[in-house]
Design a protein. Structure first.
Length: 240
């Protein structure tokens, strides 16, 4: 009897060890996008009509994988710095409900270097030390959920900012930005692209330039390829 119990025990343990782990749910990670193309909500900035096209290209394509789903997007609308500021640093901040509630996110708007701190120009006033600027020293990203951030914004990752950006990592794995001016490619005519996973066909623009400034970027400026999505994908209100 004792030998039989031992054999049954070993057999059960072997089955337990060999059992495969349950696969992760498809599209279980959340992606969000935020873009500003015109500054007519109480904060100032030069209009850039095509800036959201680049952000839409990223947002549209990231969900082609089996990892990410579209969790929210906002263009102009009520975008304010409180959406990106940490609750421990700025009164009234709501980043857990916005950027820090995503697993990956992209932002696209004017940016600048403020004494080694990146600051982005918002659409409407919010709070913090400058109500019309989202500042990296008022962020703590990843302490809710965010792992990856893409910053389509001038001076968003200047090399003199790296020490201050490190303080903004609260669990985030990686942030990508620009040293100096940024530029995004855009054009009038388009070619088509078919998604390998969904089979849907989308338009891709012929190269052109949209920049933080009115000048064409210098040769040492990093650029990002973009696509122009259909008008039906453009949000009519802030949902992210």
């Amino acid at each position: 009897m004792r030998k039989m119990i031992g054999k049954l025990f070993l057999f059960t343990v072997g089955l337990t060890i060999a059992a495969p782990a349950a696969p992760a749910a498809a599209n279980h990670l959340e992606a969000k996008m935020y873009a500003i193309t015109k500054w007519d909500g109480g904060c100032s900035g030069s209009q850039r009509d095509s800036w959201d096209d680049m952000a839409y290209g990223w947002y549209d394509e990231i969900a082609d994988s089996s990892w990410y789903n579209h969790a929210g997007k906002a263009v102009n609308g009520n975008i304010k710095n409180l959406w990106f500021s940490d609750t421990s640093l700025v009164s009234g901040a709501t980043d857990p409900a916005h950027i820090d509630g995503a697993d990956a996110a992209i932002i696209a708007w004017h940016g600048g270097d403020s004494s080694g701190v990146w600051q982005g120009s918002m659409h409407v006033p919010g709070g913090g030390s400058n109500s019309c600027k989202s500042r990296s020293d008022e962020m703590l990203l990843g302490n809710t959920d965010l792992e990856f951030a893409v910053l389509s914004s001038c001076h968003s990752m200047d090399d003199n900012m790296w020490s201050s950006w490190r303080k903004s990592f609260g669990g985030m794995h990686q942030a990508d930005g620009f040293h100096g001016l940024m530029g995004s490619r855009r054009g009038e005519s388009t070619t088509t692209r078919t998604s390998p996973t969904t089979g849907s066909t989308r338009r891709r623009p012929t190269p052109g330039w949209t920049t933080c400034t009115t000048a064409t970027p210098a040769t040492d400026t990093t650029s990002v390829r973009s696509r122009t999505p259909s008008a039906a994908r453009r949000p009519t209100s802030s949902t992210a």
